[in-house]
Design a protein around this ligand. Sequence first.
Ligand code: BJW
Ligand code: ZN
Length: 254
Amino acid sequence: MCFFVAKDLSATIAGMQISEELRRRFAEAQRVLVLTGAGISAESGVPTFRGGGNTAVWKGMRFDVISSAEMVERDLPAVWEWFDYRRDFMDSILPNPAHYEIARWQEQFSTLTLATQNIDGLHQKAGSRNVIELHGNIWRARCTACRSSYDMSQGPRPDGCLECGDRLRPDVVLFGEMLPPGAFEFAVERAAECDLCFVIGTSALVYPAAGLPEIAKRAGAYVCEVNPELTPLSDLCDEVLMGKAGEVLPLIGR
Ligand code: BJW
Ligand code: ZN
């Protein structure tokens, strides 16, 4: 079931799930920014990090311990074990209607900027182009010294860096690490000039990604959240569509 919470009271007519205001904004928007998080991949079978009263745990370690810069220093083989396990699992999963709907939006707006915190590559599998991967990609390894990058989607990674021989690590952004050079800055530029912003499937707890809708709002954009649960950003949003992304997104443009 999908609950609809809108600050535009005219939109709370029984049975109407998407406000007239959002439909109008969607029809007229030129520049749209979409920020996604783990929840958009939940319907593809990818576990979220938080929510539902649970926190992801790997062999007794909280994910923010195993997915941390400190653990790369302390026990890189354990970090690889955790990421290899998740890559094996992600190999078999498919995009869901939410990923496909966002890919379709590319043809609808003159500028569609998709910034994702997800590392699973499902947006690209659904056909989205130029995805800003704020937290990296699980299908890449990178050298801990020279940052040379290795694609693991076509085969196994080498034992060490082919350029300098140093150790490889997953090319993902762990707690306490900087985001990929330029990625956040580019998303900030797009947030500051968008007229419609969607925040989809993120608990909005992790910064700087969670700051993007705040930037869009300050710039005058209409901000819409899609999530079955409220988040710290819900109050800032003009509209909160409480439901699963795969069920709600296909309704917005129809
Ligand atoms: C559905 C659904 C359905 C379910 N449909 N929805 C400012 C203030 C305080 C702290 C900081 C700050 N700025 C920076 C920090 C520190 C830190 C941070 O934010 N900490 C907070 C937790 C307090 N940030 C960082 O460290 C970042 N780096 C940084 O800032 O660098 C600068 C710097 C460096 C050094 C010193 C100082 C500054 C890096 C953050 C990297 C995050 N990495 C992870 C792990 C990636 C690797 C891995 O996969 O293991 O990224 S953490 C994890 O959280 C992952 C996610 O991308 C990220 C966000 O999670 P997300 O996507 O929101 O998922 P969930 O699970 O939290 O939520 C799912 C949601 O979906 C829920 O709301 C559900 O309801 C919903 N849902 N089903 C729609 N069907
Ligand atoms: Zn190297």
